[in-house]
Ligand binder design. Sequence first.
Ligand code: AHM
Ligand code: MG
Length: 331
Amino acid sequence: MHFEETVMGFLLDHQERHHRTHHFLILMDALISAAKHIEHFYLTGALKGNTGLAGSVNVQGEDVFRMDQIAQEITIHHLRTSRRVIYAVSEESEEIVPINPDGRYFVYFDPLDGSSNVPHGLPVGFMFGVARKSLEGEEDNHLRAGKDYIAAGMFVIPTGTFTLALKDAGAWRFHLDETMEFVRPTRILLPENRKNWELSFNSANRHAYSKGVQNWITNNESKYAFRYIGALAADFHRTLSNGGMFMYPAIVNHPDPRKNRPEGKLRLMYEASVVAFICSEAGGAAIGETGNPILNVQPKGPHQRSALYVGSKPLVEDITQSLAIPNPPVQ
Ligand code: AHM
Ligand code: MG
């Protein structure tokens, strides 16, 4: 028989080797338990009538699905019982959620990302970033930039895959086994060979991107395969494995100017910074609309949005040149 190393064994070893506390393990256990519960409900979503709308709108003014609410309840429950979290920021809660003033961590999460896939039972993400409270001196700010996260991860639900990045210790992928354990830690490094590189973006929006981005797409799209699942965790999972770039550029040239999103669509704290952190640990890069590194962006609010270009460094560096040119003509 063949047995695999579990995520908890991997993390215990990691903490011990770096002379770290057990607090982070308890937090990770809570997040992994939450993911397994969400996965369980998602798998039976259609049968139990849970794939529809909940009848309310969230902080972004978007329709909330019943599954969004279930995933939110599950995650908050596990974070509370861990007793290790001070505050949580969730896409599903307008206010920052106070959890335990004696806790040690801040958790930023989207319990079910990729709403358009929910009615179909297709892949969605449970994404999270973790920052630690200041252990010396006064606590300055619980809304941290990605460079101050200590870990970030994403579960692609219901596929049983989990990617976890630990500060300065790499990005790792795990798979769910038949006993519902995440096992087989496998280091993820973006492949340098361009053979399998892919581009991923919502092509329906391409004429609404800045002229620089439109030109870049025209000049580069034929060199790579194109894939788009419509859920960040799932699309970025492919980018990490195959190399290439995922992007959700700012919408600045929409025929209906009211539909422009100059600040981007994705949320900084629990979407863009999470994949930027994972990508950086996998040897890649992530920037926003002005070519600024996502990891350096200090959030001004919990639900701040951001444009996002994330993936293999050569592509991210290359598109930076196009972002720098103020509205050049489309070639
Ligand atoms: P959501 O939080 O409402 O689900 O939106 C985030 C999702 C991302 O997972 C995905 O990358 C993107 O929105 C897809 O947007 P679009 O449908 O505009 O292509
Ligand atoms: Mg989301």
